[in-house]
Design a protein around this ligand. Structure first.
Ligand SMILES: *[C@@H]1O[C@H](CO)[C@@H](O)[C@H](O)[C@H]1NC(C)=O
Ligand SMILES: *[C@@H]1O[C@H](CO)[C@@H](O)[C@H](O)[C@H]1NC(C)=O
Length: 195
């Protein structure tokens, strides 16, 4: 799985359930993600790029099953500290409005994504499926090379989302950097519908 993708989408949506004590979270019984789209937004010669990313079905239901495949590459080894700057925007009355960083979610600067990955999957522990099956890494360092995740099934459990994450159109940009050099940039857009 491409690191930029993993970090961008992961930081916004998947860190939430593992954080132990946060206020302002609400349990939603059902969320739908629609119109998922993505593109690279780095320089044409950016070292880290996502090559393919397919997510189905549309909409994706949470809780529910989704299928995804992805491939990407990095021409440099990704090692700590790996900075990630996330910009999250929501469409409000036709304008894109930046969602601020609140409790490490939203438009946040993460000094070291390697550290966050270590919290998600502590060193010594096997990477979660399907990464383990395909021998894909889930912690730093990520060696230079190509990574590919064949079509795989994921189950998304009920999760808690910040109370500001309401119905609407969102776009997220993640910029990955190491030692003040930009390595890659990924932009993801989707719509969220919940009850
Ligand atoms: C969570 O943190 C708040 C303060 O931010 C504190 O009042 C509360 O007791 C904490 N809850 C747990 C379960 O640790
Ligand atoms: C993140 O933003 C900070 C502050 O604007 C900047 O100094 C840093 O270079 C940025 N890092 C990346 C990876 O874009």
């Amino acid at each position: 799985m491409d690191t930029v993708l993993f970090l961008t989408v992961g930081l916004v949506f998947f860190i939430t359930p593992v954080r132990s004590n946060t206020s302002g979270l609400k349990k939603v019984s059902k969320v739908q993600l629609l119109g998922f789209d993505w593109k690279n937004c780095g320089a044409p010669d950016a070292p880290a790029v996502l090559k393919t990313l397919n997510v189905s079905p549309d909409p994706v239901s949470i809780p529910g099953d989704l299928q995804a495949s992805a491939s990407g590459s990095t021409s440099v080894e990704l090692t700590a500290p790996l900075a990630v700057n996330v910009t999250l925007e929501k469409e409000v009355a036709g304008f894109w409005v930046r969602v601020p960083c609140v409790e490490e979610l939203g438009s946040c600067h993460y000094k070291d994504a390697c550290e966050l990955l270590n919290q998600l999957v502590p060193p010594g522990q096997d990477c979660p499926e399907p990464l383990h099956t395909y021998g894909l890494p889930c912690r730093c360092p990520f060696k230079a090379g190509s990574y590919s995740l064949p079509q795989s099934d994921f189950y998304l459990p009920v999760m808690e989302v910040p109370s500001w994450l309401t119905n609407g159109n969102y776009r997220v940009q993640g910029v990955l950097g190491m030692q003040d050099k930009e390595l890659g940039c990924l932009r993801v857009s989707l719509s969220l519908r919940s009850n």
